[in-house]
Design a protein around this ligand. Structure first.
Ligand SMILES: NC(=O)c1ccc[n+]([C@@H]2O[C@H](COP(=O)([O-])OP(=O)(O)OC[C@H]3O[C@@H](n4cnc5c(N)ncnc54)[C@H](OP(=O)(O)O)[C@@H]3O)[C@@H](O)[C@H]2O)c1
Length: 259
């Protein structure tokens, strides 16, 4: 009935993808799944060894390690990839850090590091990639946020607000950039078993493997969705929770978490 929000990416053959956060977890599984579908994937993260493990010597993989909190490195890495491939079709922002933390545990240096890694990195990336993409009026940006950005959950004192900010950023980017010919995808995973969630000491509902997460993301690209969220049995519950009046919402959170 409605037109899709974005270009439906169904044929990955020859697509030029830059995936930041590809050394482990969801990003590594997604990079491998895209390579298996014929995409060319430039892979970034700080760990060169991790990226090489993801690339597995695939000729269509380009290993481009850098620190995504460094704006200059964004720019030089982007130039190198574009020079090699004459442009990019899709940039996937998947890098982030997470430390479970309550409000009374906040420390200024961790606040700065978290803002830099989770929000700064995407903003620096936009500054680096947008001029070329806008000049060609072609290409897509995919931002990996989280369902932790839907509602304020205790324990996610830094992580939750950074992911809420990315959801907001993706929404405004869609309105800003769609009229200029660019696609913007927002990816909100539920719980996925990675080194990031290994820090959680509670039972995670509807926990997925990284391969399941990668498949869900690729399926979402194939449908041209704006928001790709999964697994629906978990994300739908959080979406309802988000709509509830605060009195009910806080009561439900307290009861569910046993506070
Ligand atoms: N796992 C979940 O349940 C879940 C749920 C919702 C959303 N997410 C989101 O999904 C994304 C991937 O998370 P994950 O669970 O797969 O975690 P992960 O295994 O810890 O992967 C995080 C990736 O980000 C990279 N990274 C971190 N800091 C970086 C920096 N300064 N510069 C460059 N790369 C950096 C890491 O590589 P290096 O350490 O080598 O730099 C790694 O490749 C994140 O955005 C996360 O917030 C995860």
């Amino acid at each position: 009935m409605f037109a899709p929000f974005n270009t439906r990416i169904v044929d990955w053959n020859g697509q030029r993808v830059w995936l930041i956060g590809a050394s482990t977890g969801i990003g590594a599984a997604l990079a491998q799944a895209l390579l298996a579908r014929g995409a060319r994937v430039a892979m970034s993260a700080r760990s060169q060894a991790g990226l090489e493990q993801t690339a597995r010597g695939n000729v269509h993989a380009m290993v481009m390690p850098f620190d995504a909190t460094n704006p200059q490195e964004w720019s030089s890495t982007h130039d190198s990839i574009c020079n090699a491939w004459d442009g990019l079709d899709l940039v996937i922002f998947c890098a982030a850090s997470y430390q479970p933390m309550h409000a009374w545990e906040l420390k200024a240096d961790e606040v700065r590091a978290s803002l830099e890694t989770n929000i700064g990195n995407v903003c620096y990336g936009l500054e680096a990639v947008l001029p070329k993409m806008m000049a060609k009026a072609q290409g897509g940006l995919a931002i990996v946020a989280s369902v932790a950005g839907y509602v304020g959950l205790p324990g996610a004192t830094l992580y939750g607000p950074t992911k809420a900010a990315l959801i907001n950023l993706a929404e405004l980017l869609y309105s800003d950039l769609k009229p200029k010919g660019l696609d913007v995808y927002l990816i909100n995973p539920g719980f996925v078993k990675t080194r990031l969630t290994a820090r959680n000491h509670f039972s995670m509902p509807a926990l997925l493997t990284t391969d399941q997460a990668a498949e869900a993301i690729i399926k979402g690209f194939g449908k041209g969705k704006f928001e790709i969220h999964f697994p629906r049995r978990f994300t739908s519950v959080l979406k309802v929770l988000r709509q509830l009046p605060y009195r009910w919402r806080f009561a439900l959170i307290r009861r569910t978490l046993g506070l």
